[in-house]
Design a protein around this ligand. Structure first.
Ligand code: ATP
Ligand code: MG
Length: 259
């Protein structure tokens, strides 16, 4: 089977400091991959580099979505081609309502002359918000402004559901969610699982993976993936922490190091 998404030897730097140091990852269609790893090992940098965040300079490697060169695409183009990131820290945008934002994003993807009608859009958004048990008022609130931590996370999942992406990256979607919200968000993700869509889930806690069963679990240290396994790897990390991985691989400092 050819992979839906593939990263080869990715190197990425910020302000001249290299964070990703030759990262390889292959994700097949329909698969869920989880990335775990200690703080400051480059997980969010990976997400931002894939999405084309302008602060991160990719210096080497390849990123392919269905065989297409992602690194050649502009930021907008990446989203249009089906990459989606639910951010660890979503930004607040005053003056743009949640509905405005999502409608423009959907229409950008559908293209000129094929815009979604207002009625259809509202019905779609209301339906998804209901699934996520969100208060209807969030439709007309400014994007993330004054949202609680958990409300922001739920709203990221709303965006994912509305935009119908091919590769979904969730960066610590479980942080800040209460137990009921975690179940609702996981149900939203599980409802989106299909052969045509893949997931990359960054998390610190095995608990999320009880609700969203991953096919593969990877450990990130020093800006690359150093160990991969199945769901049992996450269970062992939860129980024992990371010291055994470091010992096994002879790693002393797991962070990306100083400049
Ligand atoms: N804009 C930036 N300026 C300076 N350093 C940065 C910047 N972004 C990332 N870094 C550094 O890169 C390293 C990796 O950061 P990153 O956010 O990718 O880690 P992470 O694995 O997501 O950690 P966490 O689990 O805490 O979210 C850190 O040392 C961080 O300080
Ligand atoms: Mg992070």
């Amino acid at each position: 089977m050819s992979s839906l998404f593939e990263i080869r030897g990715l190197r990425s730097a910020i302000e001249g400091k290299e964070i990703l140091k030759g990262l390889d990852l292959k994700i097949g269609g329909g698969q869920v991959h989880a990335i775990m790893g200690p703080n400051g090992t480059g997980k969010s940098t990976l997400a931002s580099s894939i999405m084309g965040h302008p602060k991160y300079e990719v210096t080497d490697g390849e990123v392919l979505l269905e065989g297409e060169d992602v690194l050649e695409m502009g930021v907008d183009e990446r989203a249009l081609n089906g990459l989606f990131l639910a951010m660890q820290y979503p930004s607040e945008i005053t003056g743009v309502t949640n509905a405005d934002f999502l409608r423009s994003a959907i229409n950008a993807r559908r293209g000129e002359g094929n815009e979604i009608s207002l009625i259809k859009f509202v019905r779609l958004m209301e339906g998804k918000m209901k699934e996520l048990e969100m208060n209807p008022e969030f439709m007309h609130r400014y994007l993330n402004e004054g949202f609680s931590g958990g409300e922001k996370k739920r709203n990221e999942i709303l965006q994912m559901m509305m935009l119908d992406p091919k590769l979904v990256i969730l960066d610590e979607i479980d942080s800040g969610l209460d137990i009921d919200a975690l179940k609702i968000v996981a149900a939203g993700v599980n409802a989106m699982r299909s052969e045509e869509r893949s997931f990359l889930i960054i998390t610190h806690y095995q608990r999320l993976l009880n609700y969203i069963k991953p096919d593969f679990v990877h450990v990130m240290m020093q800006g690359r993936i150093v160990k991969s396994g199945g769901p049992e790897l996450a269970e062992r990390l939860e129980a024992e922490g990371y010291d055994w991985v470091k010992e096994e691989l002879g790693i002393v400092d797991e962070t990306v190091g100083q400049a």
